[in-house]
Design a protein around this ligand. Structure first.
Ligand SMILES: [Fe+2]
Length: 294
């Protein structure tokens, strides 16, 4: 069955048919999915009951897995429930029990409910993220996506001129600070030292411009912090207006793939007494977007 894509939203996001994520894809299938990502930026694959190994193998059709030094992990290897190559975005601890509300790993997770682009706080931000829904709570827990190309296109000429050459500083510490979680270790402060990212980026294939925003952005080079925070807050409000947002309602075994270069996303609330088991594989970007100060 050939790969086909049905739109899920007026401006972006599509549902894919004709792909079994457990199988090795042909070059044609890979190209069709990549073209779909360039067009839709978010793709949903339904009914994909996959193992972690199958998810990793499927992800690697589209590039190299993101990897970074151990210091950049919130949980040490021995505290992790899943093996290497796949990140645990569940509310479970390493023994499979629901995490305590006071667990600091949970505090880090809560920060994902702010609009963001994955790994924008790393010198080479992520390309695609793939999230597999294994156990879905009975209420809430949608993932919302916002199209940053549409948000850019909707800026007036004056605003486009204003954002064009701005450089932001992103850190995981800024987004956690925003929810009142400031208790970081020295190791975390060093691992999450702010990195610079342009506020406007251009897609390498389509040439479309988009806003590169995230809750991780906490400063603008050459601006005062209060001025920068207010500007970024206003811009985020603009970029996440209802007409630019697709809200994904999870079904068990959905696999959702998104392009972090063209979208932002956020997790939504659910009953923390229920299990949410979702697992993410991430593709690294090609290169830093701009050079970092030495
Ligand atoms: Fe995320």
């Amino acid at each position: 069955m050939p790969v086909s894509i049905r739109p899920l939203h007026p401006v972006f996001a599509g549902e894919v048919a004709g792909v079994d994520c457990r199988e090795l894809l042909s070059a044609e299938e890979v190209s069709a999915i990549e073209a779909g990502m360039d067009r839709y930026a978010v793709l949903v694959f339904r009914d994909q009951n996959i193992t972690d190994e199958e998810q990793i193998a499927f992800t690697r059709h589209f590039g190299e897995l993101e990897s970074y030094p151990t210091a950049g992990h919130i949980r040490r290897r021995e505290e992790q429930r899943l093996g290497p190559g796949i990140a645990d975005f569940s509310n479970l601890d390493k023994d499979g029990r629901i995490m305590s509300a006071e667990d600091r790993v949970w505090f880090f997770k809560l920060g994902d409910r702010l609009w963001h682009s994955d790994s924008s706080f790393r010198p080479i931000p992520a390309k695609y993220s793939l999230l597999s829904g294994r156990v879905i709570p009975s209420w809430g827990a949608n993932t919302e996506f916002a199209d940053m190309r549409a948000a850019y296109d909707a800026l007036d000429e004056r605003a486009r001129g204003e954002v064009e050459d701005l450089v932001c500083e992103h850190s995981l510490i800024y987004s956690r600070e925003a929810i009142g979680f400031t208790d970081m270790t020295q190791e975390e402060i060093a691992a999450f030292r702010p990195v610079r990212q342009p506020l406007v980026r251009t897609h390498p294939v389509t040439g479309r411009k988009s806003l590169f925003l995230a809750a991780h952005a906490g400063a603008i080079v050459g601006w005062t912090i209060p001025e920068a925070r207010m500007f970024l807050r206003d811009l985020t409000e603009h970029a996440t207006r209802a007409e630019f947002v697709y809200s994904h309602e999870w079904r068990p075994y959905d696999l959702v793939m998104w392009d972090n270069r063209q979208t932002m996303h956020r997790a939504r609330r659910f009953d923390r007494e229920e299990v949410r088991d979702v697992r993410r594989t991430t593709l690294g970007g090609d290169a830093p977007l701009i050079s970092q100060p030495v």
